[in-house]
Design a binder for this molecule. Structure first.
Ligand code: PEP
Length: 253
């Protein structure tokens, strides 16, 4: 297979400390049979040290849900990429639609966070995706291209080649609505074509994962698409059995 499938759990702002440890343990146990799938979980910042300990010595990776757009310094409430790196964090979700909507994150700032992540050796997972209005106006591909070129403009082609792109239609996040396999494949293919225009053949190596109400019951159809290389999982990642079932579907491709 050209690309190793990647399944990432986005735990968002859920759970107490003991829940985070227990869930991380359960993910290790229940996904152990899917070593061919790269797996990672992204707990809230304050649970990272405990989950890092739980995951030590396993092949389940650790991710954060954001990082600051500057190196360490005077920015109250932010967490710098190098602090994450000290905790054994390997991935960082950037530009999630909830942060774009509720925290007013925009392209330039997201690109700056992306640059910080790369500088510290973290693998950025850049979230892109359209609202229902944009989809109905037929402007999905253009919007997604703008979101990606926001990063390209700042970092150049190399930056994108080192990251992961998560296509997450906003109308499918936490709503129970999922893009059909055909809808997802169409956008993923258009993202790969955009990448190929900028980075040539290296575009074939970039994982483009899908997010938006993915769960055990719909994962197989989505993951069987040629350009769907894994999943970013919100709600269903809070149950280890669901997360493991999605990993199983990713292993089958
Ligand atoms: C997400 O927010 O990244 C996500 C995909 O959420 P859900 O799976 O709950 O739709």
């Amino acid at each position: 297979m050209m690309r190793t499938p990647l399944v990432v759990g986005n735990w968002k702002m859920n759970g107490r400390l003991a829940d985070a440890r227990a869930l991380a343990n359960a993910v290790v146990e229940q996904t152990a049979g899917f070593a061919a799938v790269e797996r990672a979980v992204c707990p809230p910042f304050v649970h990272l040290p405990a989950v890092s300990e739980t995951l030590a010595g396993t092949d389940v990776g650790l991710g954060a849900q954001n990082c600051a757009d500057t190196p360490p310094g005077a920015h109250t409430g932010e967490v710098a990429a190098e602090m994450l790196s000290d905790l054994g964090v390997g991935y960082v979700i950037l530009g999630h639609s909830e942060r774009r909507q509720f925290d007013h994150e925009e392209e330039a700032g997201i690109a700056a966070r992306y640059a910080q992540a790369l500088e510290q050796g973290l693998r950025p997972i850049l979230c892109v995706g359209e609202s229902l209005e944009v989809r109905e106006a037929g402007a999905t591909d253009r919007l997604v291209a703008d979101q990606i070129t926001g990063v390209l403009d700042r970092l150049g082609a190399q930056g994108l080649g080192d990251g992961v792109i998560a296509y997450e239609p906003i109308w499918a996040i936490g709503t129970g609505l999922t893009a059909t396999a055909d809808q997802a494949q169409a956008v993923h293919a258009s993202i790969r074509a955009l990448l190929a225009r900028h980075i040539g053949q290296a575009a074939d190596k970039v994982r483009i994962i899908y997010g938006g109400s993915m769960k055990a019951a719909n994962a197989q159809a989505l993951l069987a698409q040629p350009d769907v290389d894994g999943g970013l999982i919100g709600g269903a990642s809070l149950k280890a059995e669901e997360f493991a079932a999605i990993c199983a579907a990713a292993a089958r491709g």
